[in-house]
Design a protein around this ligand. Structure first.
Ligand code: 1BN
Ligand code: ZN
Length: 442
């Protein structure tokens, strides 16, 4: 009776996707114990999807429809209707979701009992939700096609300047080129120069670059990325002091934003989004102190561990450009171009902008990018969104992150492997098309 696994967990059955994924992993493999809170199983789950296991594929849909369920914007029955071939588990989910509020009132023992009854009673029945017609989901408003070749070329261009480390000529030249590229596309560009002390006492000359598309629009969305490069490959076992290209960490986020700006600027007014879009490139994100690799050095900015990172966004958050800036939300892109990238739902993003996380992951699913935007929740990450959120711009961080095990970041992170050979156009397309399409739903 594999379906009873769902209620054998010590964790109360709820909307937590991690548990469901893990439960389902066991279900597929016919194991007789429930493993929960083991994020590495989510990875196995993706392997299973690659094996084209039909039930798992159905479950991919279920998981990715969950953000909608959480937002109450799509009745779960509609999901069941659309995914008509998903049988028992989906039916269980559907039925259980309908009675869950009642069970909450009754308490957990009643919930377990009711679930057990449901599971033993229902497996052979046709899912109820497939028997009635449900209204079709509103189609996505189409967005322009995001061109991954162009985004790739934008990465190559940035890398061609050399590492964009603050206080270097390569940094100065790349910054000038970024400003000119946005202006060339007709955006209104403002530069925000600043100086900030790095963890090692170096005074960094930085500049944030702010480019506005449709500056007259009252409703606005902010898109963020950082454009600087980390000064050393401190996580590289062989060459920890070498410079790195930062093709992924830095250049990929900027490249996706540049390509989005290019696409928006090429549209006639009738085909632009209803929101204005601000492209905000932060400087000096990556000159921080990493205690895992730099324990031999002193951190002059020691505090809670966040302060030495994200110097540009820290400056911007205290000196908003434009003053009083209040977009509806923000999306930060960091490390969004690597082969095999996976984007999980980061904790601060969920806490501050859970509805936006739901929108983005749902659009990704509907566009067929669920292999990139995975249904996995992870803890919080130090990144520029910490400070944009502090500034009152509720922001989602889309960042390549290992969703299991002890390691937080992918193997290329802060190593010399972060170069053009790591770039994958498919990942650029998945991210660029998803974010662009999300803007067009506003
Ligand atoms: C993310 C990408 N970060 C830098 N590049 C933030 C970070 C903070 C990375 C602490 C490692 C340790
Ligand atoms: Zn970095």
């Amino acid at each position: 009776m594999p379906k009873t696994y769902l209620v054998n967990d010590k964790t109360p059955f709820d909307n937590d996707i991690t548990h469901l994924v893990n439960d389902y992993h066991d279900l597929v493999n016919g194991k007789h114990h429930l493993v929960s809170d083991k994020p590495h199983l989510a990875n196995d789950y993706h392997d299973l999807v690659d094996d084209k296991t039909p039930l798992v594929n159905d479950y991919t849909h279920l998981v990715n429809d969950k953000p909608d369920l959480a937002n109450d914007s799509t009745p779960f029955g509609r999901v069941c209707r659309r995914r008509g071939r998903a049988a028992g588990l989906l039916y269980f989910e559907f039925t259980f979701s309908m009675i869950r509020p009642l069970l909450r009132l009754l308490g957990r023992p009643a919930a377990l009992l009711a679930a057990a009854v449901l599971l033993t009673a229902c497996p052979d029945k046709k899912p109820a939700a497939t028997e009635t017609e449900a209204p079709a989901e509103t189609p996505l408003r189409p967005a322009p096609a995001f061109n991954a070749d162009s985004a790739y070329a934008y990465i190559a261009k940035q890398v061609s300047f050399g590492p964009r480390v603050p206080n270097t000529p390569a940094h100065q030249r790349c910054g000038d080129w970024l400003v000119s590229e946005f202006r060339r596309r007709g955006l209104t560009v403002q530069e925000q120069p600043f100086t900030a002390m790095a963890f090692d006492g170096t005074m960094l000359r930085g500049r944030n670059i702010i480019a506005r598309f449709a500056p007259q629009a009252a409703r606005r969305v902010a898109l963020f990325a950082h454009w600087d490069t980390r000064p050393f490959a401190d996580k590289d076992k062989q060459q920890p002091n070498a410079a790195l290209d930062g093709a992924i960490d830095g250049a990929s986020g900027v490249a996706v934003l540049l390509e989005m700006a290019r696409q928006l600027a090429a549209q006639p007014d009738s085909l632009t989004p209803k929101v204005g879009v601000d492209f905000i490139l932060f400087d000096a994100e990556d000159y921080g102190y990493d205690s895992s690799t730099q324990a031999d050095k002193a951190n002059q900015l020691a505090g809670q561990g966040v302060e030495s990172w994200c110097l540009g966004s820290q400056h911007w958050a205290k000196n908003l450009v434009p003053p009083g800036y209040k977009p509806e939300y923000g999306i930060l892109l960091d490390m969004v171009g690597a082969k095999g990238a996976r984007f999980s739902r980061e904790q601060l993003s969920r806490e501050k902008a859970g509805d936006v996380v739901g929108k983005i992951w749902n659009v990704a699913y509907r566009l067929g990018y669920s292999d990139y935007f995975i249904a996995q929740d992870i803890g919080s990450i130090t990144d520029d969104h910490v400070f944009t959120n502090q500034a009152g711009v509720r922001t989602v961080d889309i960042i390549d992150h290992v969703p299991y095990g002890d390691e937080f970041f992918p193997p290329y992170h802060h190593t010399v492997q972060d170069n053009m050979s790591m770039v994958d156009r498919n990942t650029l397309k998945a991210v660029g098309q998803t974010v662009l399409t999300t803007l067009y739903q506003e």
